[in-house]
Design a binder for this molecule. Sequence first.
Ligand code: GLY
Length: 313
Amino acid sequence: MTETIPKVIIHGGAGPALADQSALGAIRQDLHTIVASIYQRLQQGAPALDCTVYGCQQLEANPRFNAGYGSVLQSDGQVRMSAGLMDGARQSFSGVINTTGVAHPIDLAAFLQSSCDRVLAETGAAELARELALPLVDPRTALRLQEWIAWRQQDADQTMAGVVAEDPRARRGTIGVVVLDGQGQLAAGTSTGGRGLERPGRVSDAAMPAGNYANPFAAVSCTGIGEDIIDECLAARLVIRISDGMGVGSAFALSFAEAARNQRDFGAIAVTRQGEVAWGKTSAMLLAAYHIGTTWGDTLDLDTGLLTGVVCP
Ligand code: GLY
């Protein structure tokens, strides 16, 4: 097989502009450090699926982002996390829904890739974590706890928590990693603490093909309001349009124009088999960073509102 130049794009959430713009520098640094560490593994020949899991683990471990450690709290003060993983080469989806007490929900999704039951919720996910002897961890950080306490005390009408942990203002987040490896294989992973402040039992898009999808032609991870992502079936919609022959730029432009008309609030990142890296958003802000070998960049300084972009190899 001919060697492909690897590509990777990651995201750390989408939503309204940050309250504290001075935080952008630190967020950019974290995203660039993580995207560079994934790229290094790709250059060493690691497969797309492994690099995607590794990238999700790095983002889950970073308390700034709403996944793993630093996940938002739900209305009852608990953290319930969801993750989806898709191997593009085998077109195989796995995921966990509303899991608790683990550091890396993506590890459960990775284990389930080779299981006959590939999506587990709550009790099933907890049983699997016990079977795998994963250490019990409390993913709540002091900042997320403060956010929840402020909501309880002052603003019980707030419908979602912050994209990144900064101050108690309404934002939302998720993390995602999309990779094309040196063998030309694609994978996508998405992990989230959810929308934040939601009713227990609410199911996120992250562990659905609406929020995370890949096949041999393209891979997509979404972020933003899960209900909006589900209503547009965004990840699968983009991948199928690209697989059916639409150019990635046109697929993003069309899908995001439709989303804007429907007043959706989200973002998505993608990599294609040809090595194109793409992103789109209807949210004011998309926290994404990419590395394509010759160059790297991010979407942190984009104007607010509907925008899509493609970086060609
Ligand atoms: N996109 C994350 C969520 O809404 O759960």
